[in-house]
Design a protein around this ligand. Sequence first.
Ligand code: DX5
Ligand code: ZN
Length: 222
Amino acid sequence: MMEQESKIKISLSILAADFSCLLAEVRKVEGEAELLHFDIMDGHFVPNISFGAGVIKELKGKVNLLFDVHLMVDHPEELVDVFSQAGADFLVAHLETVNHLDRLVTRMKEKGVKAGVAMNPTTPLCFLDCILPRLEMVLLMTVNPGFGGQDFLYNVLPKIAELRKVAKKVNPELDIAVDGGITEKTAPEVVRAGANVLIVGNSVFASPDPARTIRRLKRSCQ
Ligand code: DX5
Ligand code: ZN
């Protein structure tokens, strides 16, 4: 078994859930996952608008999962306070949107949340060199951000492997999350490359038995 397989964590993207009964949707799968993934989209950084901190606030305390908040927005530094207060455990900002990354990470830590950076498929890893030891999570997009249900981009696989190689030296506890197109077919490949957090939306919520699908996903990585 690969080193990371024993500690694979599933982060469920609610973007693919039925919003008319969100709490019930999450409760169906709560026991099988480790994190709940919130995609915050502003219609500027990505061509789509999703939801805001109110949804996080409503679910906080009702669901026994860590809250992983993916900020797909311009000026994420302006939202650290509101999302940490709403109940984020991880705040993950897109590198492409940040002018002062060190300041942003410091602010996240001051607010008591775990600090994460997300990267689009074509953004090079070298931009993380100086900050990697201070991060709790790096989220590698395996689709172009903005929509659920897209096809996995296989050309990101070497980037996952490279990040795990560097992280082993400078930040062995780093969570490497992959986001987009994760299925029973692609999950084993990302885990083999070095990812340990699988963000999944459609493959779980659009399946007839979401809890069973998560168990199958985890098994597929063994
Ligand atoms: C895409 C989002 C993802 C999305 C993943 O921009 O960041 O979190 O919900 O959905 P699936 O698993 O359907 O690709
Ligand atoms: Zn996401």
